[in-house]
Design a protein around this ligand. Sequence first.
Ligand code: FEO
Length: 175
Amino acid sequence: MIHEKMQEALNQQLNKEFYSAYFYLGMVDYFSHLDLEGFAHYFRVQVQEERDHALGFFNYLLKTGCPVQLPSIAQPPQNFNSPLNVFELALHHEEFVTQSIYSLMDVAQEVRDHQTQVFLQWYITEQSEEEDNMTRVYNRLKLAGNEGSGLFMIDNELAQRLYTPAVIPGVTLII
Ligand code: FEO
């Protein structure tokens, strides 16, 4: 049986991952209205990944017999100053999520929940990739600028991003 403190932390993370999907959906909206379809596509893929992350927590809670809480999802920002501003916020968000996953791992260690520690390991690796991805685009935007040919070149590159369904050990993502 999962410790109550762990159950609570896992449920909070479930909400944060669904919020992340919502957060990136706002960015799809922003870029779609600018007709920057490559950027919009990049965040559409990100939304799908966040949904996978959320379902990973959902299915882990179900699998371990924990009660699932589905509170409201907070409203994300939808007004941004520039593409660079979007990636600055996205990078900060991923850093926040990384710290949140680390806190979950701290709880799992505190209550000696080895099963959850194994489960969380996938998320720790994933967060490192998430931060790297956002940092790469952020740095390129800083170099190329927020407009002109540099921006369209990055837009073309981001259009190539592929969605690969997450394979999280021990949990199925089919809902
Ligand atoms: Fe699920 Fe981007 O953190």
